[in-house]
Design a protein. Sequence first.
Length: 269
Amino acid sequence: MGTAFPDIGVEIHGHIGLIEIRRPPLNFFDISLINQIADALEGFDRDIEIRASVLAAQGKAFCAGANFTDPARQAQDAAEAKGDPADSLGAINHLYMQAVRIFRCKKPVVAAVHGAAVGGGLGLAVSADFRVTCPEARFSANFTKLGFHPGFGLTVTLPELVGKNNAELMFYTSRRVTGEEAYKMGLANECVPQDQVRTAAMKLAAEIAECSPLGLLSTRATMRANLADRVMAATEHELAEQTRLRATEDFKEGVKATEERRFANFKGR
């Protein structure tokens, strides 16, 4: 099963499926990576023996989001700027469509967040049912620091986990939340030593897998009723705002400042 995926490893451990992101050290995502994760989760849904899964990652970060400083992405953005803006809109929309596929999957997912989960990487971590983390991890919705709008459905998913005001705090400040802080605010379910994160995530998945598979499917469908549809509706608005703000001077400055590790000099235009 794993041979079909160039950027992830897929393993089966009894009734548990394991997906490992393999783009170290920072595991930046693109449409291809999100598509591979969705494909793997859909494969788990079709396997009657699998009852829960773990989403983990190699390298330093769990997922540092989209790589805005990658030369290939910058070249793509430049090409899109010369052509039809709808081309750019369509590319991002396609990524969000793949992300919604993850939310439509039927079986519980535990994210093993051993390092940074940033921007869309936070969105990916939050797409899971549960998160196991460590004090060294960092959770950041850093969109406003980049000069644009949250995405990946986070305007729906994050408030439901941590409450509206905590979500606003993370969105408006773009601050980094430690693993211990994430645990206290309900963003993470367990906080363990860093070298035990994956083991603890597998243990939680095994505890889930001890339960009736039909009962799990039924209960999860009830608890996450309409979530994928609400995420899809949210991403339509998020996409429109991101597309508008990507064309601003502040967005270019935000990305440049992040690359240069300095405070941005935003102008409001």
